[in-house]
Design a protein around this ligand. Sequence first.
Ligand code: IMP
Ligand code: MG
Length: 193
Amino acid sequence: MERIELLIPGSKIEARVKELGREISSDYQGMKPILVSILKGSFLFLADLTRAIDVPHEIDFLSVSSYGSSTQSTGVVRLLKDLGTNIGDRDVLVVEDIVDTGLTWRYIRNNLLTRGPTSLRIVTLLDKRERRVVDVPVDYVGFVIPDRFVVGYGLDYQERYRNLPYIGALDDSSLQDSGVSYQGSGKENDFKN
Ligand code: IMP
Ligand code: MG
């Protein structure tokens, strides 16, 4: 059994998501953006954020697989489910749970840019900035967090804990005991979205 340490309580998440919603609403005045939620991790964030944004907008979903050991260094990400919407000439706001190394966001960004959006930005609930390995622009950030493996509010550890109403950190010994490598040990990463 893993031990989970409370990092961000639900009340703080709720307040911050409302602030992000206000900021995004003011930046997108007079526009009709499309919010692209990256599955699965951002489903709860999207659900709360869409209700905190008061400009007309659409939502769509994109599902990608995170890197494994062989692709980690190259940033190759597999597209599992594509958008249902043509985003050409649209204002696109990607909704992510977390930007960690930045490889996933770089892949998604380059992929979406080929489709000719008018604008393309990202809002991420969490930013694990100190782990970044690629320089990629991040527009809206809920919380900058330390280099810990986190779960809850959509984020999982081996598909568990997505339903926690707060963000918690798994303790490092839990991760090591279960054979999951983290913090640059060079072994296989298998973090699901
Ligand atoms: P990247 O390293 O920025 O490419 O992040 C890849 C993906 O790994 C994210 O979209 C998350 O799905 C997942 N991930 C990264 N860090 C964590 C974490 O601390 N908890 C759960 N998932 C994570
Ligand atoms: Mg994700």
